[in-house]
Design a protein around this ligand. Structure first.
Ligand code: G4P
Length: 510
């Protein structure tokens, strides 16, 4: 069990996540030619219309899983790499993905430093208590001085930073990265402009840098695995995904220090990987990956036990067992049938709507994992149909897409116009585009009178009383739960004061 490393790479768009992913897969022998991750991405895009948005915006909207293995010190380590959308508008999706990982690599563009989007992603990590390794990418480009960047990371992340190496120069004038742990210098392949003379393998480290290196080594906390795993310290690596150096050190660090499968929060206490029977939870559902087949895949993070193909598991939402006959493991180029899977692994389970995000799966239906919330939307829009005869298709589409977590849907108690809620603007574009491509529904989004939504919790009587007075501001979500549609934050405060026995919650456990 301890040889699994399940992690995500998070970064703002363009920091180099795709390039780094490719190099990691390459180093693990999972792919043989650089360029295949991109090529695969394009093939995938060609198959699915709505992913045009991905292409137009140069962002990745969907999360995927890739597995590869590699030997370190005579032990084979299996890496499960979960991709996350880089754009902050999809931070909810990122949050859910982070519930399924044990650690994260944060990629920062050396020239750009910490961007607001990166901050938001980091907050998401914090909420999940996911330990972070920082990789400062593109040190082959013109960039800022190293110290400034380190301090910026420390500040933005409110963490101790512990540099594990030092770039010997920055920008085109570049010699390599010195690894503090081995004393070795990792040098760029191929021709590049020379820095301070030579970049031969045994070239001495330029004297001009000696003082800087001493400061970098002495002026920051030493690496401390416990502090890293507790989320109090981030080790910092430098390199270039494109020129392929510093990447070895990074993957070595993940193998050596990133935590193996961690216990997961559940009703009645945490459940750890040492539990013998199979448990897991669904953190993502992706529909219509292949529009020809209307397929629907639920991604399950294994928390404990050894899964075997054909096994019967009980999804908490269903209450009766399903036989998992064709679980899928995801490799760089391929999907394969999974014969077995261990704690920490992610398997895809094809299904027709029986599995939902937030479902727990177990052999005996005795486990409920917690901590997969919906967040109160920050943007609400009314959905108007161009062709009013398409109501049924629209309802199905909105239910499906809210299931997937693309949007949230609210059905008002009064009136027929349905409302969708999102955390970021781009989600709306994905919605409209997918409605059209996958459900053949042309829809327009119109302003709604509401600013946000709150889930109402409390005694049934109090709920009913509240409802009878506020019908015009009430809606039901996809599960039929009661939601207060608020015109302003003030509105929420006011109602809360008036109804102390009710809670107006900004999140809802799925
Ligand atoms: P993302 O997934 O985080 O959005 O970033 P991606 O890997 O697509 O990289 C964004 C751009 O940055 C790409 O250039 C990529 O080649 C470049 N890049 C990534 N790592 C490095 C690095 O270490 N050094 C330098 N100099 N550039 C790097 P592009 O021109 O947008 O795309 P392409 O023409 O290379 O496909």
């Amino acid at each position: 069990m301890s040889n699994r490393r399940t992690f995500a790479i998070i970064s703002h768009p363009d920091a180099g996540k795709t390039t780094l992913t490719e190099k990691l897969l390459l180093s693990g022998g999972a792919i043989h030619l650089a360029g295949e991750v991109k090529a695969r991405g394009q093939a995938r895009r060609a198959r699915s219309d709505w992913m045009k948005i991905e292409q137009q915006r140069g962002i990745s909207v969907t999360s995927s899983v890739m597995t590869f293995a590699r030997e370190f010190d005579g032990e084979e380590i299996t890496f499960n790499l979960l991709d996350t959308p880089g754009h902050e508008d999809f931070s909810e999706d990122t949050y859910r993905t982070l519930t399924a990982v044990d650690s994260a690599v944060m990629v920062i563009d050396a020239a750009k430093g910490i961007e607001p989007q990166t901050r938001k992603l980091f907050e998401v990590c914090r909420m999940r208590n996911v330990p972070i390794i920082t990789f400062i990418n593109k040190v082959d480009r013109e960039g800022r001085p190293g110290f400034e960047l380190l301090d910026e990371v420390a500040d933005a992340l409110a963490l101790d930073v512990s540099p594990q190496g030092w770039p010997l120069g920055m920008g085109g004038l570049f010699q390599g990265v010195l690894d503090f742990n081995t004393g070795a210098v990792s040098r760029p392949e191929g021709p590049s402009r020379e820095f301070l003379g030579t970049r031969e393998a045994d070239a001495p480290i330029p004297e001009e840098l000696a003082e800087e290196i001493e400061l970098a080594q002495g002026g920051y906390p030493e690496f401390d695995e416990e502090a890293y795993r507790a989320g109090d310290l981030t080790p910092v690596y430098w390199g270039s995904a494109l020129k392929n150096f510093g990447v070895e050190e990074l993957i070595g660090a993940i193998a050596a220090h990133a935590p193996p499968p961690r216990p997961q929060p559940a009703d009645g206490g945490e459940i750890g990987p040492e539990r013998p029977d199979v448990t897991g939870f669904i953190f993502k559902v992706q529909a219509n990956m292949d529009p020809q087949h209307r397929d629907r895949i639920a991604f399950m993070r294994m928390v404990s036990g050894t899964f075997r193909r054909g096994m019967k598991l009980v999804p908490s939402g269903l209450g009766k067992p399903i036989a998992v006959h064709s679980p899928i493991l995801f490799f760089a180029q391929d999907r394969e049938l999974a014969d077995t899977a261990e704690a920490g692994d992610i398997i895809g389970i094809p299904n027709h709507g029986t599995l939902r995000v937030g479902d727990s799966l177990s052999e005996r239906n005795d486990v409920r994992f917690t901590g997969l919330p919906n967040f109160a939307p920050e943007i609400l829009r009314r959905v108007a149909l161009v062709d009013p005869t398409k109501t049924k298709q629209l309802r199905k589409a909105l239910d499906d897409l809210s299931e997937e977590g693309v949007i949230q849907v609210f059905y008002p108690e009064i009136g027929a116009q349905w409302i969708v809620g999102v955390v970021g603007q781009l989600q709306l574009e994905v919605l409209v585009s997918r409605l059209e491509a996958e459900y053949k529904v042309a829809a327009m989004l119109e302003p709604s009178p509401f600013a946000t939504a709150r889930w109402i919790k409390g005694p049934a009587e109090a709920q009913e009383q509240f409802a009878s007075f506020n019908r015009a501001n009430l809606a039901r979500d996809r599960d039929g739960d009661m939601v207060f549609m608020a015109k302003s934050p003030w509105d929420i405060g006011y109602q809360q004061e008036k109804h102390p026995d009710l809670t107006f919650s900004a999140t809802k456990e799925r």
